[in-house]
Design a protein around this ligand. Structure first.
Ligand code: NAD
Length: 225
């Protein structure tokens, strides 16, 4: 069976990494247009680096929980595709390989001048030179609003082939990821949502509960088949 799993901020909430749109989410404390757009970065790169440096420090201090570990048990099996909107590395630290980070990764840096990518240091700053071309144009390797998410061709191909689409801990408000469930349904897949609160999007089945509980239960069911 081909399964595509899409995860969002809710997957990492119980590790202490804030979600974006919940009542106490990150966007209630920061202005999205300042810290998560190319225009905001052009205007004040130091502020944007500070924001992501803080996110990176939180990530390093956090630990994966039972849902990350359960998904790591699925990853790498034939027919399984893990796509995440999360920029943290908790799936990898739980042992998952081959995760598609459609919104990039906090652990990586990108040169705006030459496109080179490398492991991000704990703290990035506007004057950091690119290790490949020396331009002082380094940025976190994350996809900002207004930019095209990574690996869309691969994701669309996997959605077209999947028998089951599973959405974990995402509010379904950020496109194109929010459109994956409708695309999968249209292409004939069964759809399942695992979330603390139902997103309201149309799924064949919705299981409500914290990721640390509902995800391991579902993974055990899949592995038992
Ligand atoms: P969102 O903040 O819009 O929605 C959070 C979702 O998580 C909600 O549906 C909520 O019901 C659910 N949730 C909260 N606690 C949960 C729990 N314990 N178990 C299961 N579900 C839980 O998040 P989103 O839909 O991923 O938003 C999209 C954007 O937010 C993405 O671009 C993503 O990159 C970014 N983001 C990433 C991180 C991270 O990397 N950890 C953190 C915050 C935001």
């Amino acid at each position: 069976m081909n399964i595509v799993v899409l995860s969002g901020a809710g997957l990492s909430a119980e590790s202490g990494l804030g979600t974006f749109r919940d009542a106490d989410g990150l966007w209630t404390k920061y202005d999205l247009s300042q810290v998560a757009t190319p225009e905001g970065f052009a205007q004040n790169p130091a502020l944007v680096h500070d924001f992501y440096n803080a996110r990176r420090a939180n990530m390093v201090a956090a630990a994966p929980h039972a849902a990350h570990s359960a998904l790591a048990r699925l990853a790498g099996r034939a027919g399984i595709t893990l796509v995440t909107q999360n920029i943290d590395d908790l799936l990898e630290r739980a042992g998952a390989q081959g995760v598609i980070h459609m919104h990039g990764e906090l652990a990586r840096a990108l040169c705006n001048a030459c496109g080179h990518r490398w492991d991000a240091p704990a703290k990035m700053a506007p004057a950091d030179p690119c290790p490949a071309c020396a331009a002082q144009a380094t940025r976190p390797d994350v996809v900002w609003f207004g930019e095209i998410p990574y690996a869309m061709e691969v994701i669309e191909a996997r959605l077209a082939e999947c028998d089951l689409f599973v959405s974990i801990g995402t509010s379904g408000e950020v496109y194109p990821a929010a459109g994956f469930v409708a695309a999968a349904r249209q292409l004939g897949a069964r759809t399942l949502e695992l979330n603390l609160e139902a997103s309201g999007a149309i799924f064949d089945e919705v299981r409500v509960g914290p990721a640390s509980e509902v995800v391991p239960t579902w993974v055990d069911e899949v592995l038992a088949k």
